[in-house]
Design a protein around this ligand. Structure first.
Ligand SMILES: Cc1cc2nc3c(=O)[nH]c(=O)nc-3n(C[C@H](O)[C@H](O)[C@H](O)COP(=O)(O)O)c2cc1C
Ligand code: SF4
Ligand code: SF4
Length: 255
């Protein structure tokens, strides 16, 4: 594709970025990336109508993560075609895809394709373990090609309709908060990645529970595997969740 393709993602556990890369990679071999977890407070970035933006967000409690709308508000389109993808942990994506497409439309993007994909649940990783798998990746690439083919015609046909309802569902904070153990060697990786400053360099095994948004970034970045969810509440919640959400869900495409 001749267009410049930019992938914009927030991916504390890595699966959203991986799913998005399948889409972006099928559209362009040299796509650029804006990682909102690393950039945290990006300056305003403008996209032209001759570009293509691929936005990918994980689903947190049926919405996009609460820290993301502000980050996304700095991405400005000028009738720029965009693909919207949300990635969820085999429960449900509720209003997350609608919320993402609404934000993009408000910011000057024309959503030419949208989809919800399933990935390993970042809090209960036994659920949807190994996803996105080979079959998911094939669907991701086909979806990208479908969007690419429709690119030139759809911009003039208006916006696509996705599943979800307004007002969006409430997304209360989860009571589960990760902490570190004795394997921690104070490397500081979790301190740097935390999007809300809930971990200090002085005491990286601890977590400011009031600030923590349970994003899981500190767990997946830790080279010592020192940070995790612990305790009875987590064990009980995990058992109930696995019972409820183990049967395989498939990607849903709107293109
Ligand atoms: C705080 C939080 C809330 C979540 N809420 C949902 C949810 O409502 N539905 C669901 O199916 N998965 C939910 N998940 C699972 C994530 O959407 C899923 O694991 C996703 O792949 C995470 O993306 P990442 O690996 O890029 O961080 C939640 C995960 C977290 C951390
Ligand atoms: S990333 Fe892991 S090892 Fe490094 S400071 Fe955080 S908890 Fe400790
Ligand atoms: S402390 Fe909480 S908010 Fe910070 S990276 Fe860990 S899970 Fe995310």
């Amino acid at each position: 594709m001749d267009r410049k393709v930019t992938q914009i993602h927030f991916s504390p556990g890595g699966t959203t970025a991986a799913a998005a890369a399948e889409i972006s990679g099928a559209l362009s071999q040299d796509f650029s990336t804006i990682d909102l977890l690393k950039t945290k407070t990006p300056g305003e970035i403008s996209f032209g109508s001759d570009e293509l933006a691929v936005f990918a967000m994980p689903v947190f409690a049926g919405r996009i993560p609460g820290v993301c709308p502000d980050m996304l508000s700095r991405m400005k389109g000028k009738n720029t075609p965009a693909i919207a993808a949300v990635v969820y942990g085999n429960r449900a994506y509720d209003d997350a895809l609608l919320e993402l497409t609404d934000i993009l439309t408000d910011n000057g993007f024309v959503v030419i394709g949208a989809a919800a994909f399933v990935a390993r649940h970042s809090i209960f990783p036994e659920v949807a373990r190994g996803r996105p798998d080979t079959a998911d990746k094939e669907i991701l690439r086909n979806f990208a090609r479908q969007c690419g083919n429709r690119l030139e015609t759809i911009a003039s046909q208006g916006h696509i309709t996705v599943k979800g309802s307004r007002p969006y569902r409430e997304a209360p904070p989860l009571p589960l908060k990760p902490s570190g153990n004795s394997r921690c060697n104070s490397c500081g990786a979790c301190v740097k990645i935390c999007p809300v400053g809930a971990i200090t360099a002085e005491e990286p095994r601890k977590t400011d529970k009031a600030a923590c948004i349970t994003c899981t970034a500190c767990i997946y970045v830790c080279p010592q595997k020192a940070r995790s969810f612990r305790g009875l509440t987590y064990k009980l919640a995990g058992g109930a969740f696995r019972k409820k959400c183990s049967s395989r869900k498939e990607p849903e495409l709107f293109a």
